[in-house]
Design a protein around this ligand. Structure first.
Ligand SMILES: Nc1ncnc2c1ncn2[C@@H]1O[C@H](COP(=O)(O)OP(=O)(O)OP(=O)(O)O)[C@@H](O)[C@H]1O
Ligand SMILES: [Mg+2]
Length: 285
């Protein structure tokens, strides 16, 4: 993408005063129980993970195991029943402005044009509109929506709306990006292109990314480490380091190591990847 976005190299957040590097995101023994009338839904059970600055983490797990709930806890939209979450050493207590979020379904304001939807964080955070606009336009081109700036959400397909939501999450240069199945609604070819673009943006920007997906190959293509979760109540079954070197290309999906990782994750999930659509990769899994 044009230099307005991908060319930037973000300064990495520093270390703690005592010299210890601070986790970009620390999740310690987090449990979440929802009360629904008489019944309780135990969504997450003692979930822990430590994410390094600049790391790309993918989370895979069966439908209903608490993945979206985890995103809401990290962003401060909800408070855990037990445990602690901290972003760069600071405990998450309330919704925070320094994270970019792509929700599972695109949440666009119907009365705002696509450009103005992407500009929303700039307006909310009262950032400079001229720079913000340039950035928004560049991001819209990046996600293949050049020419749709003045369109309204209802004039776009579901996949296009989701791409606009992705542009919006990137417009404010948040060091932490939370992405909840961002590419689920895209066709296979666009999804592959978005995977490659996301890898490039991530490498150029140094962002820390927490990425939820139902597609095991997508997780292996994108992530440094893959967190595999159990069915509800969601627990961490295993955190798997991905040795495949960067920059990865779609052809890397044909490597034996790639297939081995996919098989390992599939084995852990034991056929539980509900809602898992076919990813449409070139290889058969
Ligand atoms: N606001 C809520 N009130 C009550 N229960 C909730 C609430 N939000 C989520 N849950 C429950 O918590 C569990 C986990 O939901 P969550 O949306 O986090 O799952 P998920 O892993 O993201 O699933 P999917 O892969 O289908 O998106 C589910 O049983 C869900 O019904
Ligand atoms: Mg979800």
């Amino acid at each position: 993408m044009e230099s307005a976005v991908a060319g930037e190299t973000m300064a990495r957040p520093g270390a703690a005063p005592d010299g210890e590097p601070v986790s970009a995101l620390s999740v310690q023994n987090v449990s979440m129980v929802f009360n629904r009338g008489e019944t309780q839904v135990h969504a997450l059970d003692h979930v822990s993970m430590d994410i390094r600055d600049g790391e790309f983490i993918a989370i895979v797990g069966p439908s209903g195991c608490g993945k979206s709930t985890l995103i809401k806890l990290v962003s401060g939209l909800r408070t855990p029943t037990a445990g602690r979450l901290a972003v760069r050493g600071r405990q998450v207590m309330k919704p925070r402005g320094d994270v970019g979020i792509v929700f599972q379904s695109p949440v666009l304001l119907p009365w705002r044009s696509i450009l103005d939807n992407v500009m929303l964080p700039i307006d909310v955070l009262k950032q400079d509109r001229t720079t913000g606009r340039e950035r928004a336009l560049a991001l819209l081109r990046l996600v293949g929506l050049g020419g749709f700036e003045t369109a309204y959400p209802n004039e776009l397909s579901g996949g296009m709306q989701q791409r606009a939501a992705i542009a919006r999450a990137l417009v404010y240069d948040a060091p932490l990006l939370l992405m909840d199945e961002p590419f689920g609604a895209l066709d296979a070819l666009t999804r592959e292109q978005m995977n490659s673009e996301l890898q490039r943006i991530w490498q150029a920007s140094g962002k820390t990314v927490l990425f939820i997906t139902h597609s095991i190959p997508e997780a292996v293509f994108l992530a440094d480490r893959i967190v595999v979760m159990s069915p509800r109540p969601g627990r961490v079954l295993k955190i798997i380091a991905n040795p495949i070197p960067r920059m990865r290309t779609l052809d890397d999906m044909l490597r034996p190591e790639f297939g081995a990782l996919v098989r390992e994750i599939r084995g852990l999930l034991g056929g539980h990847v509900a809602g898992g659509e076919n990813h449409g990769t070139r290889a058969e899994w």
